[in-house]
Write a protein that binds this ligand. Structure first.
Ligand code: ATP
Ligand code: MG
Length: 250
């Protein structure tokens, strides 16, 4: 089964077309990666998948587990099993992180151990604080992953999970994401992911299956994500116009 299918999706925000005719498919259990320069529309794609109302679907459709979710509200998508860790997670005053995570676990993942998971992410001393309020950049990223871990979504959307994270914390976050995705032996993979990365550090912790390069709201090429990353590092995003890797998945 395909966990996600995007068909000819075009999206506008504030009257501006940010995504143009995007099509891609993520089979269940696979991790796909989205590369692209600043402002190319990567976060817009994630927020459209999550159903944020500013992002208007002009044409095309989004299927999750085979069901058309193009016009469903965000809460329905979350209930169906889509979770997101934001690029810039908001602070929520008056809501304790521990309370939020416990509420999520109660709804989505009864076997979740708050003590164990928060210790894994070095967040045990933050549970009594308001969500992300006064958290450093790296702490916000760990807080996001803790929330995702309790929500236990079938499709995890990660928008630059490593941005602003130091090398030691990268290991903590990378291992936590790997464990959320159950990325052990291939046959045990049950969760799927769609990950935005600039640096590719996160790819050291996951066996990513496929990658795309988004430029100016369009998918310019797709291929093995590790090959794409190598090429982007060598040649920058200009490669997209002439890239010999710009073939499509068979
Ligand atoms: N809510 C919004 N209102 C106005 N413009 C927006 C909004 N969301 C996105 N845009 C615009 O759409 C374009 C794509 O933005 P987006 O955040 O998707 O880029 P990105 O690829 O995630 O970039 P980065 O790598 O810097 O995170 C930008 O020009 C941005 O200013
Ligand atoms: Mg972004």
């Amino acid at each position: 089964m395909n966990i996600l299918e995007i068909r000819n999706l075009s999206v506008s925000v504030e009257e501006k077309m940010v995504l143009k005719n995007i099509s891609l498919t993520i089979p269940e259990g696979e991790t796909h990666v989205l590369f692209g320069p600043n402002g190319s529309g990567k976060s817009s794609l994630m927020l459209t998948l999550m159903g944020f109302p500013q992002y208007k679907v002009v044409s095309g459709e989004i299927l999750f587990k085979g069901k058309d979710i193009t016009h469903l509200p965000t809460s329905e998508r979350a209930k169906m099993g889509i979770g997101i860790a934001f690029q810039s997670p908001p602070a929520i005053k008056g809501l304790k992180l521990g309370g939020l995570v416990q509420e999520l676990a109660g709804r989505f993942f009864p076997d979740f151990s708050l003590k164990e998971e928060s210790e894994k992410l070095i967040m045990e001393n933050y549970l009594h604080r308001d969500v992300n309020h006064g958290f450093s950049g790296g702490e916000r990223k760990r807080s996001e992953i803790l929330q995702i871990s309790a929500q236990n979504p079938d499709l995890v959307l990660l928008d630059e999970p490593e941005s602003g994270v130091d090398i030691e914390n990268m290991k903590t976050i990378g291992e936590a994401i790997r464990s959320i995705l159950h990325r052990g032996a291939k046959e045990k993979r049950t969760k799927s992911a769609f990950i935005i990365t600039h640096t590719g550090y996160i790819l050291d912790y996951l066996a990513a299956d496929w990658g795309y390069v988004l430029v100016d709201g369009q998918i310019q090429c797709e291929n093995n994500p590790y090959e794409l990353l190598k090429l982007i590092e060598e040649k920058g995003f200009q490669l997209c116009e002439v890239c010999e890797l710009a073939k499509h998945k068979e």
